[in-house]
Structures are given as C-alpha cells and as structure tokens.
Design a binder for this molecule. Structure first.
Ligand SMILES: [Zn+2]
Length: 224
C-alpha cells in the first residue's frame, strides 16, 4: 500500500528557505550547462530532492535549461506520483529510481554532453589526467542504449548508481548524482573535461600518463 507523502506546499519554514536556496543554485546551473555546451536547449533535465520531504523537483517537459525559473519545475514524490500542475520531463523515471536507490544523494543531473557520449560510442575508457578527474568522477558505469523515458532505462540506472555517482547512458548522455548542486555540477564538468582529453589523446594516437594509483589509494585509505 502506498503511503501518502507530504507535498511541497506542506513544507516547514526552514525547509522552505532551504528550498529557495537550492532552487536558485539549480536555475544557475541550468544556464551554465547550456553556456558551456553540455546541453543543447532542452536536452537533459535537472532535479533535486526537496529538503525534508520524500519529493523531488525536476525540470518540466520541454523546458529550456538556460531559461529556468521557479515555475519551471514539476513536483514528483518517491511513489512516482506527479503532485503539482507542471508536467515533468519524460525522463523523470531515471531521477525517481536514482533517488529511491540512493537515499544519500539529493541532486541528479542528466545531460547529453558530446565528449562523454562520443568517448563511450568509441568504446574508449576515460583517462584520468588530473587529480580533479579522479576525485570528482572516480568510477564511471556505462549502460547500453535503451529507449529514453522507459522504466527499463530507469531500472538499469538504479542498478548502476548503486556502484557509481557517474553513469553514461550509451548514445544518449550522462546521469550524475551528488549530495549538493555544486558537487553534481563539478562532477559533470570533470566528466566532460576528462572525456575531451581522452578524445584528444585518441586523435593524437598517444597513451598519456594518468594520475598515479597512489592518489586513488590515498582517497580510498582516507575515505574521501
Ligand atoms: Zn536524455
């Protein structure tokens, strides 16, 4: 039996202030991802868990990511019910299953960044050339192509995000998770930069020196 989940309109004052803050950060990130070519217009969707609830807000269907405002987001609860008047992106199930699978994350960014998609299409393992690439991207899990908007792709994403914060949907885009908007955005930037440099090495036909294993071991030993 489904439990009734509180709606955004039932938020406490403190959670309402937190919501305004996250919303403003997300609107900012929407503009920046389009400016940086990580998404073309409405190619992708952004979501975040509403503080103190079992509900997330996700960009509405057909929304231009560089023109977001506080009314651009649809409200969906973790039962998958749309509780507001805005219709969510057709890819909302990927976000929904990610939040269900990962109670520790509050932000999910799905974009169609060119270098990340091309690296996967060429079957090139991503090269980690800076410590930021290692720190922010770490493990990348790839999911074979499935039709966007289906429960199948959402279920595959849910399995993948149990192993990684960074997922590539082949011939489609990426799904990046984090506990905050800024961290999610930084992860996306580093994923795309590492992918671009991987492609550049591939074009040049050279195998670069990557960040030494000692740094990976340092992060693991210190739980970072
Ligand atoms: Zn997509």
């Amino acid at each position: 039996m489904k439990v009734k989940l509180p709606m955004v309109s039932e938020l406490t004052l403190n959670n309402r202030k937190d919501l305004a803050c996250v919303l403003s950060e997300m609107i900012d990130v929407g503009r920046k991802v389009v400016e940086r070519g990580l998404a073309v217009g409405s190619g992708g969707n952004l979501s975040f868990r509403v503080p103190g609830t079992k509900t997330f807000l996700i960009t509405g269907t057909g929304t231009q990511l560089d023109q977001l405002n506080k009314d651009s987001f649809a409200e969906v609860n973790l039962n998958g019910e749309v509780t507001g008047s805005i219709k969510p992106s057709s890819e909302f199930r990927v976000h929904l299953e990610s939040y269900v699978a990962r109670p520790d994350i509050d932000v999910c960014i799905h974009l169609h960044p060119q270098a990340s998609v091309l690296t996967a299409a060429l079957n090139l393992p991503i090269k980690f050339l800076t410590v930021d690439h290692v720190y922010y991207v770490r493990n990348v899990v790839r999911i074979p192509w499935m039709r966007a908007g289906t429960q199948e792709i959402a279920d595959a994403t849910a399995l993948a995000v149990k192993r990684s914060n960074v997922v590539i949907l082949e011939n489609h885009g990426c799904v990046v998770l984090a506990p905050s908007v800024q961290l999610a955005y930084t992860r996306v930037l580093n994923l795309e930069e590492a992918s671009e440099l991987t492609l550049r090495c591939h074009d040049l036909g050279i195998i670069p020196t990557e960040v030494p294993k000692a740094y990976w071991e340092y992060l693991e030993a210190n739980n970072l």
